[in-house]
Ligand binder design. Structure first.
Ligand SMILES: Nc1ncnc2c1ncn2[C@@H]1O[C@H](COP(=O)(O)OP(=O)(O)O)[C@@H](O)[C@H]1O
Ligand SMILES: [Mg+2]
Length: 320
């Protein structure tokens, strides 16, 4: 039973965790478009593949799945998630299960406005959002929203081009320089991250890990501490079940005066997942169980509070 990690990049720990879990069961194979992607060197075997935008890319991945008898596959980058989901039948034909959510949910995760519309329509607390700045100005005049606000690309990632904005002039300026921006109410509260696994067989949420973000750096959580609140765990379970996510997901949440606001979902292993794993939430094992036809028992909040995560640098040295 072999496992394939696509776009492994710098996610060495994720590769290492899979290797540990699959030890004695099968090989862990990784891909990257770049020969200098460090994580591939932690896998049992690697393939250098073209960028996901190249025609024929999926056929190359399917060939690897066939040749290496891959049971399960996942990607670590957002733009590839929908591509995999769209080709689910082809993967099934070669005997490979995709660890991921539906095409529509992967697409919704890429479009922050679509996400907002869904959250609003289903009654979840979230930041009010506008694509049309004139509509936003109208809301300001009506006293429905006030500065500061958050301006960011509707299909952005990695915190690129995000700004906290204090006045109309700056909103106008940003909109002149960039297309497809959105304006959001500023969420002034404690940022929270959740790592969640939804069983592929039962469809139930079986594991949730939550942490308070202490420090962010370059769009990533740099320092965080685990915590538990039954209300939050219940909210996450309700939201994830209602939306219908599958496999591993990562959620951004804000706590504003005890009220939880859902901000973003990445339907994949998030960059901060090692914190969950090291605190006892081994989602690789849950994936292996599912691939072996075993549904996982619900085990939500199975970790201690007060476990801190601090990121630091590592290097990989390879001789060619
Ligand atoms: N409405 C908001 N209010 C306050 N902070 C925000 C808001 N939206 C985003 N942020 C901050 O910007 C970061 C990146 O925004 P996010 O929507 O998660 O986009 P992405 O992670 O895809 O770049 C968040 O982690 C959070 O720190
Ligand atoms: Mg985010």
């Amino acid at each position: 039973m072999n496992f394939l990690i696509l776009a492994a990049g710098t996610r060495n720990k994720v590769v290492q965790y899979f290797k540990k879990t699959f030890d004695g069961v099968g090989k862990v194979i990784a891909t990257d478009a770049n020969i200098l992607g460090p994580a591939i060197y932690d896998a049992d075997k690697y393939y250098i593949v073209p960028p996901i935008t190249e025609p024929g890319y999926i056929d190359i991945i399917l060939d690897i799945c066939k040749k290496e008898q891959i049971s399960g596959v996942l990607s670590l980058i957002d733009p590839e998630l929908s591509l995999l989901a769209a080709n689910e039948d082809k993967f099934k034909t070669v005997g490979t299960t995709i660890i991921g959510s539906s095409y529509d949910l992967c697409e919704m995760a890429l479009d922050k406005m679509q996400m907002y519309e869904w959250l609003k329509a289903h009654g979840y607390n979230c930041a009010r959002s506008w694509m049309d700045k004139e509509d936003f100005y109208k809301a300001v005049r009506a006293g429905e929203v006030s500065y500061p606000v958050f301006v960011k690309p509707c299909r952005g990632s990695a915190s690129i081009s995000i700004s906290k904005v204090y006045d109309k002039e700056t909103v106008d300026l940003l909109f002149t320089h960039e297309d497809d921006l959105m304006i959001q109410e500023f969420l002034n509260g404690q940022e929270i991250g959740a790592d969640v696994y939804i069983d592929l067989i039962s469809g139930e949420v079986v594991s949730i890990f939550t942490k308070k973000k202490i420090k962010m750096r370059a769009g990533e959580t740099d320092k965080a501490v685990s915590f538990k609140d039954e209300n939050l765990l219940a909210l996450i379970e309700k939201f994830v079940t209602e939306a219908g996510y599958r496999g591993q997901i990562d959620i951004d949440i804000f706590d504003i005066d005890g009220k939880y606001y859902i901000s973003e979902v990445n339907p994949r292993f998030g960059g901060g997942y090692p914190h969950a794993y090291e605190s006892g939430c081994d989602h690789m094992k849950l994936i292996l169980n599912n691939l072996q036809g075993v549904a996982n028992e619900k085990n939500i909040g199975a970790y201690d509070e007060g476990i801190y995560m601090m990121k630091y640098n590592e290097v990989k040295i390879v001789r060619k």
